[in-house]
Ligand binder design. Structure first.
Ligand SMILES: [Cu+2]
Length: 151
């Protein structure tokens, strides 16, 4: 596996590192006044094996990655420091228990707005790349039910 990654890195050496990571389908939901947090979802694909190590947004004081696990039938959520991104495989945040939360919101999110955010990934060789993206703010009332957050 390590050998394969080395070859891939060699073949891709001429390309811009940031272009190796794509973020798509980002969205979040409008917040009620006084609501301090919102869940954000997106899909991220890295051409090379990497770790998602940080997310930031000017609308939020803190952005956390959360993981959910089922422990004896109880769903638990905890913040994670990094998320593995297998080479070439889309990783959905918002599905399969992992999600992103915008916390300490500086102002309510309004439907139709776009929320800018920056994603930082670190490749196996410790190099980092940042990707800028925008999340569409969807109205509060549409869509499927989301899990409750207790922070
Ligand atoms: Cu959460």
């Amino acid at each position: 596996m390590r050998y394969a990654i080395a070859i891939a890195a060699l073949l891709c050496a001429a390309q811009a590192w940031a272009g190796d990571v794509t973020v798509s389908g980002a969205w979040t939901r409008a917040t009620a006044p006084g609501q301090e947090g919102a869940t954000m979802q997106f899909s991220i694909t890295s051409k090379k094996e990497a770790q998602l190590v940080a997310i930031s947004s000017p609308v939020a004081g803190t952005v956390e990655m959360h993981s959910m696990t089922h422990d004896n039938g109880v769903m638990k959520m905890h913040a994670i420091e990094s998320l593995p991104l297998p080479a070439g495989k889309a990783v959905d945040l918002g599905a399969s228990g992992n999600h992103v939360m915008l916390l300490n919101l500086k102002k309510p999110l309004k439907a139709g707005e776009k929320v800018p955010f920056t994603v930082t990934v670190q490749f196996a060789d410790k190099r980092k790349a940042t990707v800028k993206a925008k999340a569409e703010v969807k109205p509060l009332t549409t869509g499927h039910d989301e899990h409750e957050h207790h922070h």
